[in-house]
Design a protein around this ligand. Structure first.
Ligand code: DAH
Length: 341
């Protein structure tokens, strides 16, 4: 076989192997094997010295051409493989944007907290200061300062949770009123909300722990009309523009006159349904003009100032709104219930 046949054979073999290579590491090996320092083509060049002079130039040229040809083939193949490798990598990393997302369970405020924050927003807009007040309250602020007669049944241990002789879990948020009257000077507009406790035989509509909101306002010339306007505004914002408010006389030791406040039933829009027991009204709050004894007890001159107050329970609102028929669900922490609201 002549030197040039030999060279051609070597070239075909190298090009074929380049074409077959599937990985860039295989191309590296081919590169070394043919073009490296001890590679097959490099060894061919060394033969030049043993050729007759007239053959040298042609042979050298042929080896160099072949070298370039193989180099070009390797380069081209390398690019093709790299492209394929990138494609494979991208395919592996690809996102299927049509796949359904993963469901993350995130928390949300408890239904009572949601209701409380709506109420709070409304009273803030009406100009009230929202304040906190202790849940463990003194007999004095819970009853005495609020003009309760000593023989009032609520004072009885059977009705209230006493912690000590003269400390108890507040039975209503109204207990904060006197504390605030002592601290502030008229005009006063404050509101508090939170837990209250009473000894109750627990059932679907009675709980030992429940939530109330209580607001009061003291200034020159405050009248029942201010009370009505405030409760009307609250009812419209809370239950919708077609809500009406009804006042009927009622008794609470700390107000005179006292009233029971009802609002249009939001379920039947006042037509009468089983939630409002056919009356078209839902009882909302107790209210009235602050009793002069309460004002005087806090050092506020009842000849100069008058005030109104009202207070109501919270649980009733989501119960009516969502048709919940058991009060105990609110405090049971059953996620199957809570997640629906
Ligand atoms: N504290 C009363 C209760 O728990 C509700 C109440 C009635 C609050 C009249 C008031 C009020 O502020 O003026 O039943």
């Amino acid at each position: 076989m002549s030197e040039s046949d030999n060279l051609e054979e070597l070239g075909r073999e190298a090009i074929a192997r380049v074409a077959d290579a599937a990985k860039s590491s295989e191309l590296d090996a081919i590169d070394t094997q043919y073009l490296g320092r001890k590679g097959a083509l490099t060894l061919q060049l060394r033969k030049i010295g043993s050729l007759v002079p007239e053959q040298r130039k042609g042979f050298g040229q042929a080896v160099n051409d072949l070298k370039e040809e193989i180099q070009a083939a390797i380069r081209a193949r390398r690019e093709a493989i790299a492209g394929g490798e990138t494609d494979a990598r991208l395919a592996g990393e690809a996102l299927d944007v049509t796949m359904p997302g993963r469901f993350y369970q995130i928390g949300r405020p408890h239904i009572l907290a949601q209701t409380l924050s709506r109420i709070k927003d409304i009273f803030i807009r009406l100009g009230y200061d929202i304040v906190e007040s202790p849940e463990v309250e003194s007999y004095h602020y819970n009853f005495e300062a609020l003009n309760y007669p000593l023989d009032h049944p609520a004072i009885d241990e059977q009705m209230s949770f006493y912690v000590t002789e003269d400390r108890l879990l507040r039975t209503h948020t109204t207990a904060y009123q006197h504390r605030q009257m002592e601290k502030r000077k008229p005009p006063i507009m404050v509101c508090t909300m939170g837990k209250c406790y009473r000894v109750e035989a627990v059932d679907a509509t009675h709980g030992h722990t429940f939530h109330q909101v209580d607001c009061f306002c003291v200034d020159h010339g405050i009248t029942m009309a201010d009370l009505k306007g405030t409760l009307y505004q609250f009812a419209v914002e809370m239950f919708g523009p077609d809500t009406n408010v009804r006042f009927r006389p009622d008794f609470f030791p700390f107000v005179e006159p006292g009233a029971e406040v009802a609002v249009t039933c939001s379920i039947c829009a006042g037509k009468g349904c089983n939630v409002c027991k056919g009356s078209g009204w839902l009882e909302l709050a107790g209210a009235g003009m602050i009793h002069p004894n309460v004002l005087e007890g806090a050092g506020i001159d009842s000849e100069e100032y008058t005030g109104f107050a009202f207070g109501f329970g919270i649980e009733r609102m989501p119960m009516v709104q969502h048709g919940i028929d058991d009060l105990r669900l609110f405090l049971d922490n059953d996620l199957r219930f809570l997640r629906q609201l």
